[in-house]
Design a protein around this ligand. Structure first.
Ligand code: CA
Length: 639
């Protein structure tokens, strides 16, 4: 019976649940307080075959079941038979660090044996003054034949270990490295259930459907049958990203499981999920179930899993899916534990500060929603849907424009966005702009290109056509969020006008629709260069990179210059000596379709970005009094 005393009675804070396999011994520990009997079964194979050994485990305190072998069982597979109310249920181990093909059996792993060469010395590149995150799906990265990646590695972890180039232009890692982004955020790569690991390569899923939280997904490995291969190849991917100067963020989904009938549920039925008063499952995730963050062992499980990926795989940060279903208390705890082990702020944390629907939270907990930003640690960021929608229009209504694509009355919203909503312009109060993740596109919803085509060429949308006004709006959208305070996030391919041909939810679409089409990096080279310039420039502007609580005070003289034209000044002085060259910046966004004539203020100004180029530096001839800011463009001046 799971009641309010359950946590008090059975809470176990030890860190040794799962299997510990070292030298000459292997210890199995399972948490199953409701069980009458637990049997451990060992197998030589991941699938099929009879158990080669079976042992009845010993019941210990706090609902723990334990069995120890005086030998090293590295490479063996196992599962449990759990008896509750006289009924035996087979389950894999929710704490497992290895598993069989499709994850239905767990695997005993001596983790040290899975390290690729040099992994012991692997470290993340030094943290830069700005975080610029690139959101990428592992299969999208190299599935295109034009990637030049050999077929066995296409769509796999291994593709990251190559300086992939097709001989004509840079692709994959070589391209990624040249962009200047600092973090690669990878869509879920823990073991998920929607792709058959024994099936063919035409399958596709984003992977927001976890099965084994602490094991890498098998379909990205060159061999899903041998449970050790996925572990080693996942580590190789992270090692390769680090070697190329990129930090790695893992997209994590602790708010629900693929099915309610999960290993967690089989171990302790009813404990890990939220239920409505009538006994039905709550569904705040819109995926069928909600994990009950706020309960002692749920929180221990989630925090332990995050620490495991950070420690064992050297993951540098975590993006929490539907963070609004988790609690402020849990998120702050994870922040504290990561800081304590790895140093303050060394591991990045951010998430979606919303949920699909209400969910009955544990008493005394607060949901990690945007409106509770003030209770979240300053080191926990969240996606700013306000900035996103102000720039390009509402995410669900395709024709609805924002500032860059013909929207009216967006001027003040845009000026609030510049300070990361720290000037009191929003219904929520971020503690500082360190909490704000600025973006205009992510895997969900339309790509930026598609949204712009739909809103600007409604009724005659041709996604493969090169529309000059869409290109200009894309550049301006990028220009705006790259000059807002907060951290920066972009969907892979946004910089070459990525299109999914108007599909706004491609989570299980064909890989050909989802994949990065490398030819577009050439076709839209001008746009790629513009982004590259913005990235380079951003890192040189301390007034915008400033994440302190007083950063908003650097934005001065915010002005609505006219319909769809705004300007502001930035105090760009380099208080912490990170090398800012210009003491003051003047920034203009012209969202209208006509040119705007700027009267140049006093002083020696240089043009750092305009409609055509970003990251440049041109002097303005003395005596010149005016500058034309072209329609649908931004201008950034420094002095
Ligand atoms: Ca899987």
């Amino acid at each position: 019976m799971i009641d309010k005393d359950f946590d008090e009675k059975y809470r176990y804070d030890g860190k040794d649940l799962g299997v510990c396999c070292q030298q000459g011994r292997t210890v199995f520990k399972a948490w199953s307080p409701l069980a009458e009997r637990v049997e451990l079964r060992l197998y030589k194979e991941g699938t099929g075959g009879e158990a080669c050994r079976a042992e009845e485990m010993h019941r210990k305190e706090k609902g723990i079941w334990e069995w120890e072998f005086p030998e090293n069982l590295h490479g063996m597979y196992y599962d449990y038979l759990v008896r509750i109310d006289g009924k035996d249920t087979r389950t894999a181990d929710p704490y497992a660090v290895g598993c069989s093909c499709n994850g239905s059996r767990s695997m005993v792993v001596e983790l040290g044996k899975t390290d690729p060469e040099g992994f012991g010395e692997d470290t993340a590149p030094a943290m830069e003054g700005e975080q610029i995150i690139y959101e990428l799906h592992i299969k999208d990265f190299s599935y295109d034949k034009d990637s030049g990646v050999p077929e066995p590695y296409r769509g796999k972890y291994k593709a990251f270990t190559l300086m992939g180039t097709n001989g004509k232009y840079p692709t994959c890692m070589e391209y990624l490295k040249s962009l200047g982004v600092t973090h690669v955020h990878l869509l879920p790569f823990f073991d998920y259930g929607s792709v058959d690991e024994a099936g063919d390569e035409s399958q596709y899923n984003w992977g927001y459907d976890p099965v084994n939280f602490n094991v890498p997904e098998g379909s990205y490995a060159t061999d899903a049958e041998d449970g050790l291969v996925r572990i080693r190849e996942c580590k190789e991917m992270i090692q390769a990203l680090h070697k190329n100067g990129l930090r790695v963020i893992m997209d994590v989904v602790y708010n629900h499981t693929y099915r309610e009938d999960s290993w967690l549920q089989r171990m302790v039925p009813g404990y890990y999920y939220r239920y409505q008063a009538d006994g039905s499952l709550s569904d705040g995730s819109a995926c069928g179930n909600d994990i009950a963050a706020g309960r002692a062992m749920v929180d221990n499980y989630i925090a332990g899993s995050v620490m495991y990926w950070a420690r064992e795989y050297h993951v540098d940060g975590f993006r929490f899916d539907l963070m609004g279903l988790l609690t402020v208390e849990l998120m702050n705890r994870i922040r504290r534990e990561l800081n304590a082990e790895f140093g303050e702020g060394e591991k990045m944390l951010y998430g979606e500060p919303w949920r699909a629907d209400d969910s009955p939270m544990e008493r005394g907990t607060q949901a990690a929603l945007k409106e509770n930003a003030g209770s979240l640690d300053n080191g926990i960021g969240f996606f700013s849907d306000d900035t996103r929608d102000a720039i390009k229009g509402h995410v669900f209504y395709e024709e609805e424009p924002g500032f860059v694509n013909g929207g009216r009355g967006m001027e003040s919203l845009i000026l609030h966005a510049v300070t990361g909503w720290r000037d009191g312009g929003a219904s929520f109060r971020p503690r500082s702009c360190a909490q704000i993740i600025n973006y205009v596109s992510a895997h969900d919803n339309f790509t930026l290109w598609d949204k712009l085509v739909l809103s600007m060429h409604n009724g005659e949308s041709d996604f493969t056509r090169r529309y000059e006004d869409v290109l200009a709006a894309n550049k301006l959208a990028a220009f705006i969020y790259f000059t807002c305070q907060g951290s920066l996030f972009m969907q892979a391919g946004e910089e070459f006008g990525r299109t999914k041909l108007g599909e706004d939810n491609s989570y299980c679409s064909r890989p050909e629709l989802n994949m990065l089409k490398w030819g577009r990096t050439v076709e839209y080279a001008e746009l790629v260069d513009y982004y590259r310039g913005l990235i380079r420039l951003r890192k040189k502007l301390p007034g915008l990179c400033d994440k302190s609580r007083s950063a908003a005070a650097r934005i001065r003289e915010k002005n609505i210059c006219g319909e769809r034209v705004v300007s502001f000044w930035v105090d760009n002085r380099d208080f912490d000596h990170s090398g800012g060259k210009w003491e003051e910046l003047l920034i203009i966004y012209n969202g209208s379709f006509e040119g705007y004539t700027l009267e140049l203020p006093e002083g020696q100004w240089e043009i750092l970005a305009d409609a055509r180029e970003a990251g440049c530096c041109w002097g303005i001839p003395g005596g010149q009094k005016e500058l034309l800011v072209k329609g649908q463009s931004g201008l950034l001046l420094g002095k």
